[in-house]
Design a protein around this ligand. Structure first.
Ligand SMILES: *[C@@H]1O[C@H](CO)[C@@H](O)[C@H](O)[C@H]1NC(C)=O
Ligand SMILES: *[C@@H]1O[C@H](CO)[C@@H](O)[C@H](O)[C@H]1NC(C)=O
Ligand SMILES: *[C@@H]1O[C@H](CO)[C@@H](O)[C@H](O)[C@H]1NC(C)=O
Length: 358
């Protein structure tokens, strides 16, 4: 009897605390804060995460240091609720979450699956593949978490004279998938910068004009504008939550943070330290981020910006560097180790879902 009472009391106070916490969370700028060392991190071990792409599994690929695994994001104005895969699956019962973008979105999606899976290592799931769309479904909760490879968001068509990118149109396949999700989380950025043989198009259609190439930031803004109009006119905002993840920064040049040029991001062991709040606010952003902010701000419907850009700018230590494969070929200062920085993006995503569903 006494124990039952105690449990009820604890639950009651837990509930009250939970409400307070959520209230604080609603008011809080969760993207403004600092990285703190936390010995209880990381949230999981990559060896529990059997589907993880080797490219992101830095520990498995021989990265010798582990300090980069130990940082937690602490907003100045509140505490993030502890990540709970159990709670997330409960809340998302019968729902579909879809990540849409390039390999950085793949990076985040894989981290998200690891975070859920490590809480339910024996949970039954299925995995489906279709047209570059991969989806995990956690069967007990009927929660699907998909990744759709889509580096540019607008329509790309293979024709007899080459690959044609149409800045003004969204493909039917994508439109159909986007309409049927409950939570969408978009990004597109790095592929707009590729040139030479990596350039992902032969021609660009811009209204009535056909170009071989054009100013990339102008093209990016036009594509995002097409995306934003499509989303406003076709997504049912009563049913679907829409996010745009901020652009992910790269760290290819060590002299930008005062280390020797030529080292890129290799041998970085700790985040960039920010002593002054203003210094943090002035951190340089990828050129696309200003465009993202402008487009999202202009939208009539509430698209949430998962504003991970500046907090990730500090994490020069979070990239695979030479440990993107066990052969240590090349240097990857664009993707992120998993576990690692994308876990924090997903923790913030979780906080955003809590804010949205209460
Ligand atoms: C992850 O688990 C493996 C196997 O159990 C262990 O050898 C390794 O030290 C663990 N890694 C971390 C970072 O704890
Ligand atoms: C599972 O969720 C989907 C939506 O994501 C829904 O269409 C379907 O009916 C659900 N299945 C069951 C058995 O509830
Ligand atoms: C790295 O940055 C420094 C200073 O910002 C610049 O002078 C240098 O040219 C850059 N190196 C490369 C390879 O871009």
């Amino acid at each position: 009897m006494f124990i039952v009472l105690l449990v009820l009391l604890l639950q009651f106070f837990g509930y009250v605390n939970g409400e307070d916490e959520l209230h604080n969370l609603k008011e809080c700028d969760i993207y403004h804060g600092k990285w703190v060392y936390d010995d209880s991190y990381p949230l999981y071990n990559s060896s529990q995460c059997f589907h993880l792409n080797m490219h992101f599994d830095c520990q498995q690929n021989g990265r010798p240091d582990q300090q980069y695994l130990k940082y937690r994001w602490k907003p100045f104005a509140c505490d993030l609720p502890r990540f709970s895969g159990k709670d997330l699956l409960e809340r998302m019962r019968n729902k579909r979450i879809t990540f849409i973008g390039d390999s950085i979105s793949l990076n985040q999606w894989q981290s998200f699956i690891c975070m859920l899976h490590s809480h339910h290592p024996h949970a039954a799931f299925t995995r489906d593949n279709d047209h570059g769309f991969t989806q995990f479904t956690f069967l007990n909760h009927n929660v699907s978490v998909g990744f759709s490879w889509n580096a540019l968001l607008v329509e790309k068509e293979s024709t007899s004279y080459g690959m044609v990118l149409n800045l003004g149109s969204i493909s039917d396949f994508d439109a159909n998938m986007w309409r049927h999700s409950d939570v969408l989380i978009f990004n597109s950025w790095l592929w707009w910068l590729h040139s030479g043989s990596d350039r992902p198009w032969d021609f660009i259609v811009d209204g009535d004009d056909l170009h071989k190439d054009m100013d990339r930031l102008v093209a990016y803004e036009k594509a995002l504008s097409t995306w934003s109009h499509w989303v406003q006119n076709n997504i049912d905002f009563d049913k679907t939550l829409v996010f745009f993840r901020g652009d992910s920064p790269r760290h290819p040049n060590a002299s930008e943070w005062g280390n020797n040029d030529g080292k890129q991001c290799s041998e970085e062991r700790e985040p960039i330290e920010v002593r002054e709040v203003n210094e943090y606010r002035e951190l340089k952003k990828p050129a696309g981020e200003g465009i993202v902010e402008r487009i999202v701000r202009k939208m009539r419907k509430p698209v949430r910006l998962l504003d991970i850009t500046r907090l990730s700018e500090l994490r020069k230590d979070g990239h695979p560097g030479a440990y993107a494969s066990s052969h240590h070929q090349g240097m990857d200062c664009s993707h992120w180790c998993v576990p690692g920085v994308p876990d924090t993006w997903n923790h913030l995503f979780y906080a955003e879902l809590l804010r949205a569903y209460v």
